[in-house]
Design a protein around this ligand. Structure first.
Ligand code: KG4
Ligand code: ZN
Length: 355
């Protein structure tokens, strides 16, 4: 296979996944490895920051070695190193960013410190199976839905404007919290999604929150509280709500119905905001990314909405929905093409940084 230069090595350690990837100058993913720390965090029901940093340090040698091996390259053949600078867990970020800075400095190659959301924003343009990435349109609307963010952006050339973000919880976070209350193991989001598949949401028409000031901002804490109250009511009525111990095919119907209602309202809020945005300004291209973009209701619902609304929808591939380093290397290549570069001696990690 012929490779297009520059070749970028991406490093992503913003939370609990140790990820490394190699992407070539055409945006073709040569290798993308994500090493999960699930087992280390599962006993605690969520990510423990101190454990995450130590796991990154331990996992890195094997993860980077496997990535380069799969790409069929030596480290000396890489032209660019990119690492996530934030937002995320500071200890975790420091591991990946320091590794990236050290590699770039030692080898004298170009370095890019990438904002995690910039990685997600452009991830819908990555293709699978060794194909070149699509070139992002000059202007598009980006929707990032993850465990830490529910945000709408307008990307126009070099400029990214935030159109809306969540005023409280992120959508993925609420999926996790609802699942946690039901005794499901971490990460609860995909499990809640799977259980909701077998429920019927009609009995639980949960409301879609809107801001009274006309803003397009999201809000998920109300939906979370409503759902937790409904769980409490079911428990009081004698329904089993501790699903951790329940056999997969004996899940209580009322809980499945509640989860279906919850998921419908959660996805409904996204469509509500997109529809209202579309009434304010034409949307030609919409790029949807982030871990929650894997949701089984979200995908067909957005596809149907985009078809009806004549919007060119780019839904991130399942492979690049959750955190990964291919999106970081890809974002770095796009920046590199515009002549941007960072100084490895200056780049700093930060747990909270605006895009
Ligand atoms: O993008 P991501 O991997 O990490 C962050 O940047 O946050 O997203 C992880 C989030 C978690 O909250 C996880 O529960 C949620 O995405 N998630 C889902 C699904 N798959 C992952 N939420 C709902 N439905 C899913 N299928
Ligand atoms: Zn993410």
């Amino acid at each position: 296979m012929s490779l297009t230069r520059p070749i970028a090595l991406g490093i992503e350690t913003s939370c609990d996944d140790t990820a490394c990837a190699v992407v070539d100058g055409d945006g073709c993913v040569l290798a993308s490895v994500v090493s999960s720390q699930l087992e280390a965090h599962r006993p605690f029901g969520g990510v423990v920051p101190e454990i995450a940093s130590r796991e990154h340090l331990e996992n890195w040698p094997a993860v980077s070695e496997t990535t380069l091996h799969e790409a069929g390259l030596e480290l000396g053949e890489v032209d660019i190193v990119a690492a996530t600078k934030g937002p995320g867990l500071i200890g975790s970020l420091l591991v990946g960013l320091s590794l990236g800075k050290a590699i770039a400095f030692a080898r004298g190659i170009r370095f890019h410190a990438i904002h995690h959301l910039e990685g997600h924003l452009f991830s819908p343009f990555l293709r699978v199976a060794g194909e070149k990435a699509d070139r992002p349109p000059e202007e598009f609307i980006g929707l990032v839905v993850s465990g830490g963010h529910t945000s709408l952006f307008r990307v126009k050339g070099d400029e990214t404007t935030t159109l809306a973000e969540t005023r409280d919880d992120a959508m993925g976070e609420v999926f996790d919290k609802v699942g946690k209350r039901l005794g499901l193991p971490y990460p609860q989001g995909p499990l809640v999604d799977e259980l909701a598949e077998s429920g019927d949401g009609k009995g639980f028409p949960l409301s879609i929150a809107r801001c009274t000031d006309g803003s397009l901002d999201f809000s998920y804490s109300g939906l979370k509280s409503q759902t937790l109250v409904e769980i409490q009511k079911l428990r009081a009525a004698g329904v089993e709500t501790d699903l951790g111990e329940v056999d997969a095919n004996e899940m209580p119907g009322p809980v499945l119905d509640l989860l279906a209602g919850f998921r419908k309202a959660a996805v409904g809020q996204l469509v509500d905001r997109l529809e209202r945005l579309r009434r304010q300004q034409p949307i030609r291209h919409l790029a949807v990314s982030g871990g929650v973009a894997a949701n089984r209701l979200l995908r067909p619902t957005l596809e149907a909405w985009a078809r009806e609304s004549d919007v060119d929808l780019r839904l991130v591939s399942l492979q690049y929905a959750g955190d990964n380093a291919a999106m970081i290397a890809h974002a770095a290549l796009l920046r590199d093409k515009r002549g941007l570069v960072d100084d490895p001696l200056e780049a700093d990690a930060a747990s909270r940084i605006p895009l």
